[in-house]
Design a binder for this molecule. Structure first.
Ligand SMILES: [Zn+2]
Ligand SMILES: [Zn+2]
Length: 419
C-alpha cells in the first residue's frame, strides 16, 4: 500500500507541466486507402485514436492531445497532389535511393556516412538484431554494415516479387509512387492538410543512406514514421504516418509470429493505437528518437525485444508508467510550447525566457537534426529581441542561429534587415 501511494505520488511528480489547463494540441487525421489491399473501417480508426490518447496519458502524462478525424480518402489523390518529381528535394533524395527493380544496391561511395549513421547506436545493441550465428562474426561497425546491406538487398528482392491472392504483384509495375518511402518523404514535405496519416499500403524502405536496423531487418519496409511537414504547424513542422499493411495482409511471407495469430480486430486496434500511433506522436511532438537503451516501459523503445508488435504492446501494458529518460525530452519541448504561446500573445520577454530554457534542455540525440532545431530556436529568440527593438541582442542571437545552421533562411533575412 505504502509502495502504491509512493508510486502514485512519484508518477504525479514526474512531468510537472507548466502548460495551462486549456492548452490543446489538435491533430488532423486522415486514412489514405489503397483499394487493392485489405482495409479497415471508420469504427476501427476511432478505437485506435482512443487507445493512443490513453497511452499518451500513461507514458507521457499528457492529456492535451486531441484528434480531428476527416475520413477515408484514396491514396492516389494525395500523391498526385503532393509528389512533385520536378522539385529539387525529390531529385536530391533520389540520388541515394534504392531503384525499384534495378537489381543492385549501391552504397559503396557512401560508406563513411553510413558508418557514422550506424555509430549512433552501441555495437552491442545493433548486433542483437541479427541471428546468434551471424552475431559471432560481427566484430565492428563495418561487419554490421556489410551484413545489413546483404540482408537489405535480399529483402528488397523478395518484396518486389510478392504477389496478391488475385495473382497481381504486391508492388505494381506501373503505379507504385506511394509504395516508396522517399516519395513519402517528398509528399509529406509538400502537404499542408494532415498531422497523422493512416494507410494500408505497403511502403518499401528505399532510403539506403539511413539503414535503420529495425526497418531493414523487418522486411525492408516502413511500419510507421514521422516526417518533416513544414506547412503543418500543429506538430511544429512534422507529421506522422501509421502503416497498417502488416496487420491486414494475408500474404504468407508476412506470416505473423505464433503469438500474433489469434489477435482479433479490437486488440489490433489497441496495439496500433499504443504501440504504433502513440509512439509516432512521441517522435513528432517531443522529438524523441527511436531508442534502444531506455527502460522497458519506454514507449520509444525500438530494440530487438519489441520487433514483434504484440510482444512490444504487452511490455508496454506490463509496465504502465512513464520513462525517466524520455522526461528530459518532454520537459524541453513543453518549454518550447510555452514559449510559442507567449509569443502568440505578444509577450516577447517571457517567450525569450522559455525559448532559452528549451534550447538549453534539449538533448543532442533528437529525432530531427539537432543543429537545425537549435538554430530555429535561436532565430525565434532573435526575432523576439527584434520585436522588442533590442537590436544588439537580436543580432547576437541571429548570429548564434547561423552558427548552428548557416543555411537558416529566416535568420539570414532578419539579419539582413538589421544591417
Ligand atoms: Zn520510432
Ligand atoms: Zn524512454
Amino acid at each position: 500500500m505504502i509502495f502504491l501511494i509512493f508510486l502514485f505520488i512519484g508518477s504525479a511528480l514526474i512531468y510537472p507541466s507548466n502548460l495551462s489547463e486549456n492548452f490543446e494540441i489538435k491533430l488532423k487525421v486522415v486514412y489514405l486507402e489503397d483499394k487493392r489491399l485489405p482495409s479497415i473501417t471508420q469504427k476501427d480508426i476511432k478505437e485506435i485514436l482512443e487507445e493512443a490518447k490513453n497511452e499518451l496519458q500513461i507514458k507521457f502524462g499528457i492529456n492535451y492531445v486531441n484528434f480531428d478525424y476527416s475520413g477515408i480518402k484514396p491514396i492516389s489523390i494525395f500523391f498526385n497532389k503532393n509528389l512533385n518529381k520536378n522539385d529539387k528535394y525529390y531529385k536530391n533524395l533520389s540520388l541515394t535511393r534504392y531503384k525499384l527493380f534495378s537489381n543492385e544496391i549501391s552504397y559503396e561511395g557512401k560508406k563513411e556516412e553510413i558508418l557514422k549513421f550506424l555509430k549512433q547506436w552501441k555495437l552491442w545493441d545493433i548486433k542483437k538484431f541479427f541471428s546468434e550465428d551471424v552475431q559471432k562474426n560481427l566484430n565492428n561497425y563495418e561487419d554490421v554494415m556489410k551484413e545489413l546491406y546483404k540482408i537489405y538487398f535480399e529483402k528488397l528482392k523478395i518484396l518486389e516479387n510478392l504477389k496478391l491472392s488475385n495473382g497481381k504483384f504486391l508492388i505494381d509495375r506501373e503505379t507504385n509512387d506511394f509504395n516508396l518511402y522517399i516519395n513519402w518523404v517528398v509528399a509529406m514535405n509538400n502537404q499542408d492538410e494532415y498531422d497523422i496519416l493512416f494507410t494500408n499500403t505497403i511502403i518499401v524502405y528505399d532510403d539506403i543512406l539511413h539503414p535503420y536496423p529495425h526497418a531493414v531487418l523487418r522486411y525492408a519496409k516502413v511500419g510507421g514514421s514521422s516526417f518533416d511537414s513544414p506547412k503543418r504547424m500543429v506538430f511544429y513542422g512534422r507529421a506522422a504516418m501509421v502503416n497498417l499493411f502488416e496487420m491486414l495482409t494475408d500474404i504468407d511471407y508476412f506470416k505473423k509470429d505464433e503469438s500474433e495469430k489469434n489477435i482479433d480486430r479490437s486488440l489490433w486496434n489497441k496495439i496500433i493505437g499504443s504501440f504504433i500511433l502513440a509512439h509516432e506522436i512521441g517522435h513528432a511532438l517531443f522529438l524523441i528518437p527511436d531508442v534502444y537503451d531506455h527502460p522497458k516501459q519506454c514507449l520509444m523503445d525500438s530494440s530487438y525485444e519489441t520487433m514483434n508488435y504484440y510482444e512490444g504492446y504487452k511490455i508496454l501494458k506490463q509496465y504502465p508508467f512513464s520513462c525517466l529518460k524520455c522526461e528530459v525530452y518532454i520537459n524541453a519541448r513543453e518549454n518550447f510550447f510555452l514559449a510559442e504561446n507567449f509569443f502568440k500573445n505578444n509577450n516577447y520577454e517571457e517567450a525569450i525566457n522559455y525559448y532559452r530554457l528549451s534550447a538549453k534542455m534539449t538533448p543532442e540525440k533528437l529525432d530531427v537534426d539537432y543543429n537545425s532545431y537549435i538554430s530555429d530556436i535561436y532565430y525565434k529568440i532573435g526575432n523576439c529581441f527584434f520585436l522588442l527593438n533590442d537590436y544588439n541582442n537580436a543580432r547576437s542571437y541571429l548570429e548564434k542561429s547561423l552558427n548552428y545552421n548557416p543555411e537558416n533562411k529566416l535568420s539570414k533575412n532578419l539579419l539582413n534587415k538589421l544591417e
